[in-house]
Design a protein around this ligand. Structure first.
Ligand code: SF4
Length: 393
């Protein structure tokens, strides 16, 4: 199925291929979460594992997988035996050991046995969903773990010897003060992870938090969000974490290659209910329902919903939107060469306007990147890119 070994693929300059696996099990739903997740049962996990094995057979790529990412849900909730079964099955479809393999874990599910199973598989990165070190804020998010569990989990992950450890934090939580955010950042830095992801809380429809917002029981303070962003960028920068994307910071050599490849609009295959794929000229998403996903697989097909053709213009648009969220910015001539069919005159004119407004700069002759002020309004810049592309219809 996968015919090229990684070294051969590299020699032929084949673009990176990612493999994402959505593990849809969580012990309980967090108040802000809109991801597809269900409570695990022994039968449900067994059916899920069989489904992944079947979907991996159907999703042939004919080239080796560069990076693997298990998200969810809570992949780390699976029992060690299930982790091994999933990992060995997935690895069998990678055409060799992937160079990066990330697994998301919730602090409460970290055990030495699970970590040993992941290490034995060759997992290189563990991403720990800390979110906050303040008990009241964890409660506000509906997270079930304690701060003590976070410290114990981090120590265990470190002791297990993974090449990279990431901590996820959330800010702009209702009831949070800037001082509490500073304390969270300082505590995270004290632990010395290799990578930090800091996300602004979003209020997704169909979540408990959104219901509280709609009922007026909590409110969103958009103006304050800027202060939270800048606080993180300054503090983490001073602590030696280089920002490489609006929400992501790493010590040298610890960027998440899987995410960088998706932001650079490379290809990836998503396995599992609700997983998205971008492959072979199409973007699509699996049905977010375990039973329906399995039914499609039993009929011998993958459940590609919202199937969108990857036109040069769409890929150029997304390369600009996601690329400009990265501190390295974008290489406009290279993108032009890659997607010649996109409306590049309009893009050049928008780039000129962004530079004039102080939101972007020409870092080198070929490159455009957002300034600090531009990164703070990256979503608005993204909207302008979409407008420029739409104008060309
Ligand atoms: S935030 Fe993570 S742990 Fe919480 S419900 Fe969502 S996927 Fe599960």
């Amino acid at each position: 199925m996968l015919e090229l070994a990684p070294a051969q693929a590299k020699a032929r300059r084949i673009p990176a291929l990612g493999l994402y696996v959505h593990v849809p099990f969580c012990a309980a739903a967090c108040d802000y979460c809109a991801f597809y997740q269900i409570t695990p049962t022994a039968a449900g996990v067994a059916r899920f594992l069989a489904g992944i094995a079947r979907e991996a057979e159907l999703a042939t790529a004919n080239r080796p997988v560069d990076t693997v990412f298990w998200g969810g849900g809570t992949p780390g909730l699976l029992a060690p035996r299930a982790l091994r079964a999933l990992g060995e099955g997935v690895r069998g479809h990678c055409g060799g050991q992937p160079r990066e393999w990330t697994v998301e874990m919730a602090p409460a599910s970290v055990t030495p046995e699970r970590l040993a199973a992941l290490r034995a598989l060759g997992v290189t990165r563990v991403s720990l969903g800390v979110q906050s070190f303040q008990p009241a804020l964890l409660a506000a998010l509906g997270r079930r773990h304690t701060v003590r569990q976070v410290r114990q989990a981090y120590a265990a992950v470190r002791a297990a010897g993974f090449a990279s450890v990431n901590l996820d934090l959330i800010f702009a939580i209702p009831g949070q003060e800037l001082a509490a955010w500073r304390a969270d950042l300082d505590e995270a830095v004290r632990l010395e992870p290799d990578h930090l992801s800091t996300y602004c809380l979003t209020f997704e429809e169909d979540t408990a938090l959104f219901a509280r917002l709609a009922a007026g029981r909590v409110r969103r303070d958009v103006a304050a969000e800027i202060a939270y962003y800048t606080e993180a960028w300054e503090r983490l920068g001073a602590a030696g974490y280089a920002q490489y994307e609006v929400s992501n910071f790493a010590r040298p050599g610890h960027r998440c290659a899987h995410n960088v490849n998706t932001w650079r609009m490379q290809e990836w295959i998503g396995l599992g209910p609700s997983a998205a794929s971008q492959f072979g000229g199409w973007r699509s998403r699996n049905v977010p329902d375990l039973d329906r996903w399995l039914a499609e697989l039993a009929a011998g097909r993958r459940s590609g919903l919202e199937r969108v053709e990857l036109t040069p213009r769409l890929l150029a648009e997304d390369s600009l939107i996601f690329g400009l969220r990265m501190n390295d910015g974008v290489d406009l001539p290279a993108l032009r060469e890659r997607f010649p069919g996109a409306p590049w005159e309009r893009v050049e004119s928008l780039a000129g306007r962004l530079v004039e407004e102080g939101l972007a700069e020409r870092a080198a002759e070929s490159s455009l990147r957002l300034t600090l002020r531009g990164r703070l309004v990256a979503d608005a810049v993204g909207a302008q890119i979409m407008e420029a592309m739409a104008e060309s219809n």
